[in-house]
Design a protein around this ligand. Sequence first.
Ligand code: AMP
Length: 194
Amino acid sequence: MINLVLFGPPGAGKGTQSAKLIEKYQLIHISTGDLFRKHLKEGTPLGKLAQEYMSKGNLVPDQVVIDMVDDKIKSSGNINGIIFDGFPRTVKQAEALDALLTKNNTGITALVELMVNEDELKKRLAERAHKENRPDDAKPEVIENRIAVYKAETVPVAEHYKKLGKYSAVVGVGDIEQIFTNLCREIDNHLLSK
Ligand code: AMP
C-alpha cells in the first residue's frame, strides 16, 4: 500500500493537492476536517462534539479522532492506499496511526510538508472563509489560534516522521501544477527507497 501524510498548516493547500494525488496514485482520501464537517452537517453527536473545538480553532481530543479514522479505514475495503490530510495532528495521533497501519501489515510511506509562509496562509484562509463558508477561517482570533496550535501540537509530528526517514518538504506557494510535480517527485523517491 502507499500511505501518505500530506502535511502543512491550515491553508497550505493540502485539500487541493490531495485531490490530484488520489487520482495519480489511486488512493482514498481521509481528511479528518472534512469528516467532522460532514458529521456536523448531518447533525450527529460526533459532529456536535467536534464543533465545540472547531469553532475555537482547537483540536478535537485525540481518541475521538483516532476512533473515527480507525472506523473509516475498516470500512474502506480493498484499497491501494490512503492519503491522510489534516491527520495526524499530534504525536499521539501519529503513534496511534503507525500502530493501526502496522496491524494491517502496512505503514506510512512518506510525510510530505507543504511549506507556506504565515502572511500567505492568513490571506488564503480569509479568502476560503468566503468561498467555502468555513466559519473557522473567518475570525482572525480563530485563525491565530489554529496557527498557534499547529506550531505547538502538530509541528512535532513532522519530527516524528523525520526520525523514521519518511519526511520531505516542498514549497507550497506558486503554480499548483508545479507544486504537484514537486510533490510527486518527493513521493516517488520515497517509493523507490521503500
Ligand atoms: P481542517 O479542515 O483540517 O483544517 O480541520 C478543521 C478543524 O477540525 C480543526 O481546526 C480541528 O478543530 C478539527 N480537526 C481536524 N482534524 C483534526 C485532527 N486530526 N485532530 C484534532 N482535530 C482535528
